[in-house]
Design a protein around this ligand. Structure first.
Ligand code: SF4
Length: 435
């Protein structure tokens, strides 16, 4: 039962990854039901009763962005425009005590699993009956669906297990209930996320159940596209490839961070997968899921990375010909096992190596895109920008991948699918016309 309309205005900021965004949306749904006025662009607000910043804290750049944002709101508070300031999420989970000492103006620092306590501090109560409900902040036709929390892996460079804890799969019925809620709200595209998506079910059901989960998600009325993110190299089963190959609703898209290709570095990274297995897996995914687009992520400048190992990584990018690629510079994170190693590659050299890798990828992306000219593609329309409708194919995840720009006299509806003939290509975008 919705309580009487409060006038309290709460500013919400969500930093970091899509997993954090889902947590923010869950919090916003609870605040909705407690009848707070939610301000999703609080930095421009004249006054606020409270602000909640959901922070990111796994690498240096993300930590700096979170701290800068907190300090912006501390300034707002000092100017008398903000009454209460709360900080939640990964940075807060990781550095709660240090932050509380250094930024005493913040009224409360909360971790990643403290929703009821956060709501209490905001003068409201956690409502169990809202489990699986969210206040969507993405455009209404797509949403992220978090299927698990935490990670059991021991990747040497990664602080996430120390922040988010060990892998906890959500019960399948809860995930399906949430997906049905999203479908009823008009969501057509589900982006499946977690830290280690291919591990889904192992802890809860002693069996990896991602193929079954995808099959069940595809039976939900209204859901047209289901896309997989954050898969782990050693979890890619033939059953998973079969479901991806045979089920039309599952996008022929695999997001699989591989991090490096040098055998020495993969071993030091404790990835549990060597370079030969990496190559075999890429070949197997492409053989078993015809036409699949592979997105990967690589780390450059890992401790001790030699020039030769960097060249090996360049050669890997040249030959693997990923459809989509993200390159990150190594961040020396205390609490990780790699922190004991010397952070030997300078910041400027890390950046230089990262841009060399992306230069190679840019050429590959253009070649792959040019091959699509003349093809007919199913495109979901995300928005209109000047004279173009902007959309994506099943091979493109929101906000991180390529887009299709469509110029047409017709009025297209946002969130709908259209058949589009590709007419031109650029490094990371396609142009098309309604077919
Ligand atoms: S799989 Fe590795 S990199 Fe990914 S969250 Fe887990 S420990 Fe971190």
């Amino acid at each position: 039962m919705k309580t009487k309309k409060k006038t309290e205005r709460i500013g919400i900021v969500s930093l970091g990854c899509a997993k954090n965004l889902v947590d923010t949306e869950v919090l916003m749904r609870q605040l909705d039901e407690n009848s707070f006025q939610l301000i999703t662009d609080p930095s421009g607000a004249e006054t606020l009763d409270a602000a909640v910043i959901n922070t990111c804290g796994f690498i240096l750049d993300a930590k700096n962005e979170s701290i800068d944002t907190i300090l912006d709101f501390v300034k707002m508070k000092k100017e008398g425009r903000l009454k209460k300031l709360f900080v939640i999420g990964c940075l807060s989970e990781r550095y709660k005590n240090e932050l509380a000492n250094e930024i005493p103006e913040v009224d409360g620092f909360f971790g990643v699993n403290e929703l009821p306590v956060i709501l209490q501090s905001l003068g409201s109560q956690y409502r169990k009956e809202l489990l699986g409900e969210r206040h969507l902040t993405t455009p209404g036709h797509y949403a992220y669906l978090k299927i698990a929390e935490g990670c059991d892996r021991k990747c040497s460079f990664c602080s996430i297990p120390s922040i988010r804890g060990s892998h906890v799969s959500r019960p399948m019925e809860d995930i399906l209930h949430e997906a049905e809620f999203l479908a009823k709200k008009g969501v057509r595209e589900i982006n499946v996320i977690s830290q280690d998506t291919t591990f889904y079910g192992q802890d809860l059901y002693q069996k990896r159940l991602l193929p079954e989960l995808l099959q069940n998600l595809s039976c939900i009325k209204g859901i047209e596209w289901i896309r997989l993110h954050y898969t782990y190299p050693d979890g890619f089963s033939p059953e998973l490839m079969k479901v991806m190959r045979e089920n039309d609703k599952i996008c022929k898209y695999v997001d699989i961070p591989l991090q490096h290709i040098s055998a020495r570095i993969l071993k030091s990274m404790k990835r549990g997968v060597g370079s030969r297995k990496t190559w075999n897996l890429i070949a197997s995914i492409r053989k078993n899921i015809p036409g699949v687009a592979i997105r990967s992520a690589l780390i450059t400048g890992y401790p001790g990375e030699t020039h030769q190992e960097h060249l090996e990584l360049c050669d890997f990018v040249r030959k693997a010909r990923f459809d989509r690629l993200g390159v990150f510079t190594y961040s020396h994170e205390e609490g990780t096992t790699a922190y004991q190693l010397k952070d030997s590659v300078s910041g400027s050299l890390k950046k230089k190596r990262a841009s060399e890798l992306m230069d190679i990828q840019q050429e590959i992306s253009l070649e792959l895109n040019q091959k699509k000219i003349g093809e007919k593609q199913k495109v979901i329309i995300d928005r209109k920008e000047n004279e173009f409708y902007i959309g994506r194919t099943q091979y493109d995840s929101p906000e991180i991948d390529d887009e299709v720009l469509i110029r047409t006299a017709k009025t297209l509806s946002i969130g709908s699918f259209y058949d589009v003939k590709i007419t031109a290509a650029e490094n990371f975008d396609l142009y098309g016309e309604i077919h």
